[in-house]
Design a protein around this ligand. Structure first.
Ligand code: KG4
Ligand code: ZN
Length: 395
């Protein structure tokens, strides 16, 4: 079965073409065109600009994905019987299903991907599957766990993988720019949200703190880099809701605490410039930023880990996984693994390939495959609608 998948929920225009064959996965192509540089000047994603960029990028990304997949398929005995012509677009004939992120996300951005998928589904008469964005982030783990044993870390296309056969229940901590959720899965496609943020998402908090410190968008990777040089105990930021009875999160207060600290530091610095040479002040400022980054990151990690461990114990889960852009954070991965080994040693922790942490269409193809396999939510071109507030369903 070959799935063509599309992802445009935020600022990445992504198309993947993936072949599934009895538990084996061949990534025929996996193209991501990021708009991060464009949004960087505005300090965050501008929805109308994202929409325009998706419109501009969709056809070239689709074309590249098809070309690459066609090239990779030439070596494939299973597909060689299909007619090969000079017209590369004939590769469309080999696609069995179209999968697309239909929410949640920015509606002007989602609509471009959904409309493209609907058009492909209608013209090619292929079934269409709408995939929840977080479902994609979760199912990215199903591919990743296999090539832990492999030397290849690339997901550029043309590689073979297998699908993970996990033991349930699984707990997934999904941490992205738009979401922070603890999701419990008792079986495939069965999602129960145990806790979620009541205000900002973790990635959003990383991006806002980065903006305060004068760093570019997306700020998460830059904060992580800066934190390496900082002292995580320098500033004692509160750990919001760490002891709350529910399993929810809150991150907006933490961002405000950083802002106040920053304003105070700026006042102090103005007084010091007269006393010290400028170079010394600049060095002090760099160290201050690194300390803020490290202290903020540690406060976030403490809350995320504490809540995850609590829920994992309560529901006696067999596996803990991470998903979403913030899961690329090596410090979070490292500390989570260490705490799981110490506090719940019978639970396994699966490491997600960093290349699959942030938005991509490959994860949508994998989640789409499970939808198709379990016959959930497959329809014709009319069956899928973009929904900015789509909720994870308990199938
Ligand atoms: O999943 P994603 O690509 O898009 C959404 O679904 O929102 O996540 C993007 C978010 C951004 O907020 C970005 O700053 C954050 O993930 N992020 C990180 C790291 N890499 C990306 N946050 C912390 N540490 C990182 N290494
Ligand atoms: Zn995402």
């Amino acid at each position: 079965m070959i799935i063509l998948s599309i992802e445009t929920s935020c600022d990445e225009t992504a198309v993947a073409i993936v072949k599934f064959n009895r538990g084996k996965v061949e990534v025929l192509s996996n193209i991501i065109s990021s708009q991060a540089n464009m949004h960087s000047k505005f300090g965050g994603v501008v929805p109308s600009l994202a929409s325009r960029m998706h419109l501009k990028n969709m056809a070239p990304v689709l074309k590249r994905a098809l070309r690459q997949a066609e090239k990779n398929c030439r070596r494939d005995a299973d597909l060689s019987h299909l007619p090969r012509t000079r017209d590369k677009s004939r590769f469309y004939e080999r696609i069995d299903y179209i999968a697309v992120t239909n929410g949640p996300g920015l509606i002007p951005a989602l609509m471009i991907g959904v409309q493209t998928a609907k058009t492909l589904s209608y013209t090619l008469k292929k079934p269409l599957v709408g995939v929840h964005h977080i479902e994609g982030h979760i199912y990215a783990n199903w591919l990743r766990s296999i090539y832990l044993n492999s030397k290849s870390n690339s997901l550029a296309g043309g590689q073979n993988y297998k699908l993970w056969k996990p033991k349930f229940p699984i707990l997934c901590l999904t941490v992205s720019g738009g979401h922070t959720q603890i999701v419990l899965m008792k079986k495939d496609l069965n999602y129960r949200i145990i806790g979620e943020t009541v205000d900002d998402a973790v990635g959003e908090a990383f991006d806002k703190v980065a903006k305060i410190l004068g760093l570019d968008y997306p700020g998460g990777p830059l904060i992580e880099k800066m934190a390496k040089k900082g002292n995580k105990d320098k500033f004692k930021f509160t750990r919001p809701m760490i002891n709350s009875k529910d399993h929810n999160f809150s991150f907006s207060g933490l961002k405000t605490a950083v802002l106040y600290n920053w304003k105070l530091e700026n006042k102090k610095e103005k007084c010091r410039i007269g006393e010290k040479i400028l170079k010394q002040v600049q060095n002090d400022r760099l160290q201050y930023k690194a300390d803020i980054a490290a202290s903020f990151q540690q406060a976030v990690i403490d809350v995320l880990i504490s809540k995850t461990i609590k829920v994992a114990k309560q529901y006696k889960v067999k596996n803990v996984i991470l998903g979403g852009g913030v899961s690329a954070n090596k410090e979070l991965q490292k500390q989570l693994r260490k705490t799981i080994n110490k506090k719940i040693p019978n639970t396994e922790y699966q490491i997600l390939n960093t290349k699959l942490s942030t938005d991509n269409a490959l994860m949508i193809a994998i989640a789409g495959y499970y939808r198709i396999k379990n016959n959930k939510g497959i329809g014709d071109w009319k069956s899928v609608k973009a929904d900015a507030n789509l909720r994870l369903k308990l199938f």
